[in-house]
Design a protein around this ligand. Sequence first.
Ligand SMILES: Cc1cc2nc3c(=O)[nH]c(=O)nc-3n(C[C@H](O)[C@H](O)[C@H](O)COP(=O)(O)OP(=O)(O)OC[C@H]3O[C@@H](n4cnc5c(N)ncnc54)[C@H](O)[C@@H]3O)c2cc1C
Length: 370
Amino acid sequence: MAEKIDCAVIGAGVIGLAIARALALRGRETLVLEAEDAIGTGTSSRNSEVIHAGIYYTPGSAKATLCVAGKHLLYTYCEAHGVAHRRCGKLIVAADQEQVKALQKIEATARANGVHDLQWLTADEANAMEPALSCLAALLSPSTGIIDSHGFMLAMQGDLEDAGGTVALRAPVRRGHCGPKGIHLEAGEDDAVEVSARVVINSAGLYAQQLARRIEGIPSATIPSPVYAKGCYYVLQGKSPFRRLIYPIPIPGGLGVHLTLDLAGQARFGPDVEWVDKLDYSVDPARANRFYSVIRGYWPDLPDGALLPGYAGIRPQLRHPGGPGVDFLIQGPEAHGVPGLINLYGMESPGLTASLAIAERVADAVAGDR
Ligand SMILES: Cc1cc2nc3c(=O)[nH]c(=O)nc-3n(C[C@H](O)[C@H](O)[C@H](O)COP(=O)(O)OP(=O)(O)OC[C@H]3O[C@@H](n4cnc5c(N)ncnc54)[C@H](O)[C@@H]3O)c2cc1C
């Protein structure tokens, strides 16, 4: 006999946890099914941990609106729950006149997204802030910050559990089918668990499409093809010469090899973009060689041999390599025809920043399913 449950959220990454928390806080019985033996071991622990301002995304897109809304919710949440974070600010830098034009476009996009706090800096002004920096001009984003993403996820798990929700670890959802009374899921390894849920949120990150294909009743034509863009990080040996995050002009598939800081002040560079077919997180030390010339575009004094392999993340993208950017896809019954089911596809950056706003959107969408 399947255990009956109101809401099942598949995946305990930052987005699945945020959604589960929002559902539980609205009084809904919520169970999170997570394949691994801990929360947040997927993309949510393999990213830059940056609270994005909402600068680059196409105005009106889900990425733009959810990032800007999510940023405000996230800062408020961190302050209220004691989650470690720092509003350190970031500089987006232009190395030549062409790039200054690109910066102007970025500023216009940011304004259209409701980000009105960007400040233009001359090379001298940028240098006064960051003496190691080389640029022709820069845009300062004061509302960009960094966060302890694991601390954030633990805090949300705490809220979920306080509201009566549960996280089941080592519970990979293997298959399911959609019936008239809800969605039936089979999860678990040796001791398989069967649940029948009125609401199912597929928040399986990189595996969301694979999972959707295993749930009978979801039309295959509604499942988009996944595209994976790996990004490697390299850690700077020694002390960071910068106090703010430093970003070059974005490149297709990513934001460009930028400098981020962790909360201890350790600097790392990345992520680059490599289109891959397999989910392999290894970091090739030799790949660092490509980073030096890019980084020296804005930090000429980067010493030879200063970069050590760090870690890699993989962006769950929907675009095809080289094609135009695609938005988050939060797909409900109007698209796939299954009552109570929401699939989240392509939840790449800025998914961490946007997570609390995504959660509100999803919880609103399922509010009528009682
Ligand atoms: C390189 C990189 C840098 C990034 N930098 C930033 C940044 O600085 N700021 C920002 O806002 N965003 C950033 N992002 C985006 C952000 O990390 C993601 O949007 C976010 O972590 C996605 O969370 P998620 O919960 O959807 O996925 P995940 O964290 O991958 O969680 C999915 C979970 O589902 C589980 N799962 C999978 N299949 C099953 C199954 N069948 N049954 C049960 N469980 C299952 C997995 O084990 C995993 O725990 C970055 C992403 C990448 C790749």
